[in-house]
Design a binder for this molecule. Sequence first.
Ligand code: PEP
Ligand code: MN
Length: 263
Amino acid sequence: RANRKFHPDDTIVKAGSLEVGGKALAVMAGPCSVESEEQVTAIAKAVKAAGASALRGGAFKPRTSPYAFQGMGIEGIRLLVEAKKATGLPIVSEMMSPHHLELFEDLVDVIQIGARNMQNFDLLKEVGASGKPVLLKRGLSSTIEEWLMSAEYIMAQGDSKVILCERGIRTFETYTRNTLDLSAIPVVKRLSHLPVIVDPSHASGQAALVEPLAMAAIAAGADGLIIEVHNNPACALCDGAQSINPDQFASLMERLSAVASVM
Ligand code: PEP
Ligand code: MN
């Protein structure tokens, strides 16, 4: 179902005003974690003003350490809904447990499956059966074949639309948090009709690298981006080092439009 052989035309995934895979670049931006109403609403307004097409924020966080901030949970989803009301931006958030399916079905526009859950097949089947648009991140050490098979798991359940997200993979290099696999973009675009977006924030782990990797991703044919934006990165409860501030995001959006216009 994800194979281009059987669906030669590009798929456009729509969720409210968000369109991924069409002519316009889809930029999903927001904080790694929702921290408070003021924080998420201020960031939502800023990214909307800069031209973002969706608000992405985490409420259930898959942290490496059980002692790290785990996200605000259901309250975080509620605050995202408030920010959506204030800005009109569709919301994208990660679901980690099938227990939360109803909550996400009712309140979230795109369900994110994180890298760590890419092969959580029961979770994939549940979100697939919901019919909601799904943002499927590539696993930390997953091959392109495995990633596309996970998209098949979702799509085999019904008519869910999948957006693929390259977010960097594990290599021997330690300078960056992960290694952005730029080749995956043209490879997947050939193998599949699904839209492909790139997350330069998690790929690099460093705010200073977000812009060059975002530009490269668009030049390589990506349909969109996920960018972590925080109004006070130094105090972020999660992923501050890779978060850019709203001013940096606005200037990134301007520079991206120059690359996008020649594509
Ligand atoms: C995230 O998107 O905040 C996240 C945890 O990303 P990943 O699943 O790619 O590590
Ligand atoms: Mn993050």
